[in-house]
Design a binder for this molecule. Sequence first.
Ligand code: B12
Length: 198
Amino acid sequence: MSRRLLIFLAVSAAALLLVPAALALRVHVRVEGKTQTIFGAAEPTLAVKANALDALESASLAGEFYYHVTVGGFGPYVDQIGRYPAGGSSGWVFKVNGLSPPVGADAVVLKPGDRVLWYWATFGPSGGPPTLVLRRASRGCYRVLAQDDAGKTRAARGAMLRVDGRSVRARAGSACVGAHRGLVRATLKGAVRSNALA
Ligand code: B12
């Protein structure tokens, strides 16, 4: 075997080893639509290339949903996910680990274990909607937090916990649903529905 062929084979083998490494970043991804969850209520982990736009691409592949990107002055912009295109003061925004980055999704490089949330939002004078975060407090009991764009949380008073076709009001932002079979989630008017927990 010639020396050139040996070098070619070695380089090819190294490149093949690098392919899984390039897709090795695993992050949690969820996509909340205007009227329902589009992908990943329980925030599954997906293999993602590098950034928050790649996270949407991985979710779209895993969940077989449509999204569309336009490229403008600021760079790539996600102008549609699923059925609904952005328009007026509504559209698609994202958070990473509860914070809304002030730059485009392609500029937000992810770390393993990060949580990426894409969601439909309508912006008003006081900004966008809070996103709900569901935490388990003890067996059968949950806390619901409302998180703003800066990642600041407060108790989501009046949120509804939904499970197995029934609802329990979390008056002060927490409540017990008792024994249940399905996943628990929280909703609150004007806020983005929460992650789902067992
Ligand atoms: C309205 C608005 C939105 C609306 C757009 C609704 C729609 N109809 O499409 C919503 C709320 C959906 C939005 C989302 C986001 N936005 Co915005 N948005 C604006 C705002 C206030 C006005 C834009 C506008 O209407 N211009 C007038 C029209 C005529 O010009 P246009 O070029 O056609 O405008 C379009 C683009 O700006 C695009 N767009 C809006 N936001 C963003 C963000 C990025 C990164 C890109 C590439 C394009 C883009 O939507 C506009 C309407 O089609 C600007 C601030 C400003 N004053 O410019 C921020 C602004 C452009 N947004 C910004 C950001 C960071 C975002 C988000 C990345 C926030 C997030 N963490 O999710 C997301 C985009 C994520 C995605 N989908 O890819 C930053 C961009 C900063 C940067 N250098 O990258 C700006 C400058 C605000 C700021 N100062 O931080 N946004």
